[in-house]
Design a protein around this ligand. Structure first.
Ligand code: 5AD
Ligand code: SF4
Length: 487
């Protein structure tokens, strides 16, 4: 696959004017950037290096794979270290602490850049879609060379060429787009599993959330392109895909020939050689009976559903604009558990939303106990400029919020622990992902229900799906051993 991209770059005639249409235009600029990198390498007598630092969610991780794919085709040697000749930061802005981490890193990179003026620094991702952030960077971080947003990452090669031929900061931010550019290189982090975008953006406008403002309106990819990409991945050795979208349950609504997410899953299931299908994220309001039926009868869809609750108080859910009540959420969770008893349910919860009281948090805790989540990500509410919630008064003190948060966390941990332990003694299939970080005689694998199991094994098992007997539960993971028997 990489060779194919490389060939497309090699045949470019740089004496011509750049093509207008995409992705042809980007192959022209990849060739141009490649020429620059080769000249620089000659001049310096060493390879040109690049590093990518990624914050945030799976979408950002996937975007970074695309950016790294382009950098590698251009001829950069990717390294892990920010001392590289070119460093990009793919940023997140869902909560303020993500922003603060980026500013912290920029402080560090500034001193590195002072020692090496040829070093280039690029910023991209969700944070860059906020005008106030751009203003701050223009004012206080003047050494940044390139800024682009979430809608034009496919233009990275072209932007790099512009950056290398200019001395001033290049800023290219689009407010929104309906454009989806296919057929560009990507460098996968894992050879055996991969994220696959099925849609971009979000139309839900939950009142606390900045995502619809920074990722734009919902756009679904054509199913044929999705299937083609997965078939290609499988031919390269991928056995597990994670279908990615902010709200996968509303997939396909804006296609010329509308298609539901359940229908897409049925098509993906047919791909021979693909063993496991995951997806992220589901909005409870759009989760259909058809989807539950498809999951129930599927041999490949993993037994895991991430179903963000956000709050267990109907009053708060309404102000959050979540468009379901506590009762509707509970009915859905019970239906899923009844139809697919071996499924694991995980969730996201926000504590400290404007006006939330201790009684509201009691209701959330009651839902956590009732659903008995296998895991839950709990966040303290972070005010995001421009969202409706940012204008809502919040009389609850930080101290109270922290208290509520700790109460919730305790229950979340207790339920998760008792849920994880329930498979002890059983044999389940696990996809081996890596050598164990602490003990190299162990490998770490992931069960269909997303729980991690560590067991004796070596690197030859990585990427394989094996049967593992789950011997002991330790908090959120198991210790196991390879088993001949299947479950
Ligand atoms: N403050 C705290 N958490 C938030 N999330 C989204 N926006 C905010 C915010 N302003 C959480 C939600 C979402 C997850 C990805 O991040 O729980 O599901
Ligand atoms: Fe944000 Fe709500 Fe869209 Fe999720 S569904 S990305 S929480 S607006």
């Amino acid at each position: 696959m990489n060779d194919e991209y490389s060939k497309r770059i090699e045949v470019q005639d740089l004496t011509e004017t750049p093509p207008i249409e995409e992705p042809a235009r980007q192959y022209f600029f990849m060739a141009k950037a490649r020429q620059y990198v080769q000249q620089e390498q000659k001049r310096l007598g060493r390879p040109l290096t690049a590093a990518g630092i990624t914050f945030g969610c799976q979408m950002n991780a996937k975007d970074s794979e695309k950016l790294i794919g382009i950098l590698e085709q251009i001829g950069f040697e990717m390294i892990e270290d920010e001392s590289a000749d070119l460093v990009f930061y793919n940023t997140c802005t869902v909560r303020d602490n993500a922003n603060q981490r980026v500013y912290g890193r920029l402080g560090l990179i500034h001193s590195m850049k002072k020692k090496n003026p040829h070093k280039k620094v690029a910023l991209c991702g969700c944070m860059m879609q906020e005008p106030s952030v751009i203003e701050k960077i223009q004012k206080s971080y003047r050494f940044v060379d390139l800024i682009f947003g979430t809608h034009n990452i496919y233009k990275f090669a072209e932007l790099l060429v512009t950056m290398y031929s200019s001395d001033s900061m290049i800023i290219d931010i689009w407010k929104d787009t309906d454009k989806i550019v296919e057929d560009l290189p990507a460098k996968r982090k894992y050879p055996f599993k991969s994220g696959v975008n099925i849609m971009y953006g979000c139309n839900n406008f939950c009142s606390y959330c900045i995502v619809p403002y920074v990722r734009g309106r919902e756009r679904s990819r054509n199913p044929k392109d999705i299937i083609k990409e997965i078939e290609q991945l499988v031919s390269e050795g991928v056995v597990e895909v994670m279908l990615l979208g902010q709200n996968v349950n509303s997939y396909g609504k804006n296609l010329d020939e509308p298609m539901t997410f359940a229908e897409l899953l049925k098509e993906v299931e047919k791909i021979e050689g693909l063993e496991r299908i995951r997806f992220m994220t589901s909005h409870p309001k759009d989760l259909s009976d058809d989807l539950i039926a498809v999951m129930k009868h599927s041999k490949k869809i993993c037994r895991h559903l991430h179903l963000p609750l956000q709050s267990g108080s109907t009053r708060i859910l309404e102000v959050m604009n979540r468009r379901y009540t506590k009762e509707q959420y509970l009915a859905l969770a019970h239906k899923i558990r009844a139809e697919i008893p071996d499924i694991s349910l995980t969730t996201d919860i926000i504590v400290g939303f404007p006006g939330e009281t201790a009684q509201d948090v009691d209701e959330t805790i009651a839902v956590v106990k009732d659903v008995a989540y296998d895991n839950a990500f709990t966040f303290i509410y972070s005010k995001r400029t421009g969202t409706p919630a940012a204008a809502m008064p919040n009389p609850t003190s930080d101290e109270e919020i922290k208290k509520n948060f700790d109460r919730l966390l305790k229950v979340v941990q207790e339920t998760a622990k008792s849920r994880v332990g329930r498979l002890t003694g059983e044999v389940h299939s696990a996809l081996v992902e890596e050598l164990n970080e602490q003990d190299a005689s162990l490998v770490s694998g992931r069960l269909s229900n997303n729980t991690i199991v560590h067991f004796p094994g070596d690197a030859s098992l990585i990427g394989k799906i094996v049967n593992v007997k789950l011997l002991e539960a330790h908090g959120f993971y198991y210790i196991g051993e390879i088993s001949e028997k299947s479950s």
